[in-house]
Write a protein that binds this ligand. Structure first.
Ligand code: XUL
Ligand code: CO
Length: 443
């Protein structure tokens, strides 16, 4: 990656390129585990992990919460003109991404430049910024992992975007998605995401759920057809989340989304973007959601963060749980990696993390944790009996009558006769603690 010349416009002063220094280093601004060129399982860490910086949390999220004003006062947020301000923000973003050696970034339309109520002016602003981003991507060698449109913040979307009961609102969602797709295509974006925070309901009393879901499907087909017609070769991702901001969201969890994609004939173009804290809000583990997606051949990408054990909302904290991520990497590696996506840090530094260096510590920690998890998972798969133990549990289906059952050669009466013939089965251990210890042994 080329060195960035930031000159007078350096926003993260005093922080240079983040080096890899190895596990013994005491430098908080260095990687201990993420060594981008290290080969694990035949690929470099950079190629497997495909890290992306999320524009919204890193350069827009200002630390404000429902109880308090912003605490992160950004130097790039000073100019009066929206496009000039957006250019400063983009300079800051690319400076950060370059210093971190992140290969990818992701954005919503409104993260890049402020939107107003004028569709034409919004399109103009995004086009100017797309041209600006294109130059920067080329100069620095950073790529767009995915683009998306924010269809949840504006008050017009309070009752939904493509599922809004008012067609007039739906047209605005269409205009926004068209412009965001144009930007994604112009920037060679590798994927496009739909996260439907308002595609759900606050009360069933005023909601025709069936009709709203049909509208959502129609809308996704329109977006897909438009993008394909305009040369988009990437994958569309749906990002499940059960609730927040809506009481109930239609993209509740991986299983719900897969069934929706199947019902509405969207399986060929869409995969899933699984977010850690969304999985836990749905009452699942992150690993569960990954496995459900992988089993359907639809594991596309992940949004990396973690939740809080006590809080029941989406705290979007940077990942630091090695056990959770090692188990996740086992699923991802066994699935053959991401389906076109990567690891997007959909995570924000805390309200009281106000030093410019905090954004670096957060990303370094997240990247190192994933790198460690990758190394451990690769070792587990190569050198332990992890796979064999799981495989052996099903050995009774590999031959004889068990195999006949899988092949559909038996009926219910056959099962009854076999039960009589074979008598009571022996008790067999699931070896859960053995496997938990095995994972820890490799961390
Ligand atoms: C919200 C969330 C979004 C999506 C993109 O919980 O995860 O930031 O990732 O719209
Ligand atoms: Co997300």
């Amino acid at each position: 990656m080329a060195n960035i010349t930031t000159g007078d416009k350096e926003f993260f002063k005093g922080i240079g390129q983040i080096p890899y220094e190895g596990p013994e280093s005491n430098n908080p601004l260095a990687f201990r585990w993420y060594d981008e060129n290290r080969i694990i399982g035949g690929k470099t860490m950079k190629e497997t992990l495909r890290f992306a910086c999320a524009y919204w949390h890193s350069f827009v999220g200002n630390g404000s919460d429902p109880f308090g004003e912003p605490t992160h006062i950004f130097a790039w947020d000073a100019k009066a003109d929206a496009v000039e301000r957006a250019k400063d923000k983009m300079d800051a973003a690319f400076e950060f991404i370059t210093k971190m050696n992140l290969p990818y970034y992701c954005f919503h339309d409104v993260d890049v430049v402020d939107y107003g109520n004028d569709v034409l002016e919004n399109e103009r602003r995004l086009q100017v910024m797309t041209a600006y981003a294109k130059e920067k991507q080329q100069a620095i060698g950073v790529k767009l992992l995915w683009g998306t449109a924010n269809l949840f913040s504006h008050r017009r979307y309070m009752n939904g975007a493509s599922t809004n009961p008012d067609f007039h609102v739906l047209t605005h969602a269409g205009a926004q998605v068209k412009a965001a797709l144009d930007a994604t295509i112009a920037l060679n974006g590798e994927n496009y995401v739909f996260w439907g925070g308002r595609e759900g309901y606050m009360s069933l009393l005023n909601t025709n759920m069936k009709r709203e879901q049909e509208h959502l499907a129609r809308f996704l087909h329109m977006a897909k057809d438009y993008a394909r017609k305009n040369g988009f070769k990437g994958t569309f991702f749906i990002e499940p989340k059960p609730c927040e901001p809506s009481k109930h969201q239609y993209d509740y969890d991986a299983a719900t989304v897969i069934s929706f994609l199947r019902q509405f004939d969207l399986m060929a173009d869409f995969k899933l973007n699984i977010e850690v804290n969304h999985a836990t809000l749905a009452g699942h583990t992150f690993q569960h959601e990954l496995q459900v997606s992988a089993d359907a051949g639809l594991l596309g990408s992940i949004d990396a963060n973690r939740g809080d054990y006590q809080n029941g909302w989406d705290t979007d904290q940077f990942p630091n749980n090695i056990n959770e991520l090692t188990e996740a990497m086992l699923v991802i590696l066994e699935a053959g990696g991401f389906g076109g996506g990567g690891i997007n840090f959909d995570a924000k530094i805390r309200r009281n993390s106000t030093d410019p260096a905090d954004l670096f510590y957060a990303h370094i920690g997240g990247m190192d944790t994933f790198a460690r998890a990758l190394i451990a998972a690769d070792q587990i798969l190569k050198h332990s009996d992890y796979k064999k133990i799981r495989q052996d549990r099903y050995a009774s289906f590999d031959s004889g009558k068990g195999k006949d059952f899988e092949k559909g050669k038996l009926n219910l009466e056959d099962l009854r006769d076999l039960a009589v013939e074979m008598g009571e089965p022996e008790v067999k251990s699931g070896k859960q603690e053995y496997l938990e210890n095995l994972v820890n042994r490799y961390i």
